[in-house]
Design a protein. Structure first.
Length: 236
């Protein structure tokens, strides 16, 4: 539903303007951005880490701690299997949209660009997984884990570029956002797909994205170990 609202909103904006280019985007580029953004969201944002906090609070985490199973990698394996299914469902939804709405869409054909795009998507997926896992770790200290997670989802829906390209924002704000993890979850991969970035911009963005993955990994590791030292399996 959100996809259709965003899609028709941008169509309405272009229909009310006499210019072919708005905010530096043509209609085909903005629609490609929105549709590909929805496709990537279904992959990147689907995660089985949503129940980490609940498993901690219920004491179900003990079932994993007493077995020779690495809980972190167990969640990764769950995520991978879920994402494979989500790719199929998301692709089916796009096909339906193409058949019914016949949107103006840009198909990227450059092998190099698609390779960079794939790397950016992998890094974005890893980054979101780590952030979500970190939010779930709040369960070690508080039974209320959905509040912070919901707040993150609301903020991320705007700052990751899912509703609009971030470069239409004021330049100062856009520059500041580039030093946060949010643009690398969605906006950055989409800009690569559109072919809007130079090779140096892509490499710089990939480096920053990778740096955020490393930072989040070590942060998760530290917080998780600290949480385990305080963990009491309620009801176990």
């Amino acid at each position: 539903l959100q996809l259709l609202v965003t899609y028709f909103l941008w169509l309405a904006i272009f229909s009310q303007k006499s210019e072919d280019i708005i905010f530096g985007y043509s209609e085909s580029r903005i629609l490609t951005y929105i549709l590909m953004g929805a496709f990537l969201s279904a992959i990147i944002y689907s995660t089985r880490t949503l129940d980490v906090g609940d498993q901690i609070n219920r004491g179900d985490l003990s079932n994993f701690l007493i077995r020779p199973i690495n809980y972190f990698f167990y969640k990764i394996s769950q995520d991978v299997s879920d994402k494979l299914l989500n790719i199929l469902f998301a692709a089916f939804e796009l096909i339906v949209i193409f058949v019914i709405l016949r949107p103006s869409f840009i198909f990227q054909t450059s092998g190099v660009t698609l390779a960079f795009f794939s790397v950016a998507v992998i890094l974005a997926t890893a980054l979101f997984f780590l952030i979500s896992f970190l939010l779930g770790s709040i369960g070690f200290w508080s039974p209320e884990v959905w509040g912070p997670r919901y707040l993150f989802f609301v903020v991320n829906s705007f700052l990751a570029g899912g509703l609009f390209p971030l470069d239409i924002l004021p330049k100062t704000l856009f520059t500041m956002l580039q030093f946060t993890p949010f643009p690398y979850l969605l906006y950055f991969p989409l800009k690569i797909y559109l072919g809007s970035l130079t090779t140096m911009q892509i490499l710089s963005g990939l480096a920053i994205s990778f740096l955020w993955v490393v930072i989040m990994y070590f942060l998760v590791k530290i917080i998780w170990q600290k949480g385990l030292s305080l963990y009491e399996a309620v009801g176990r």
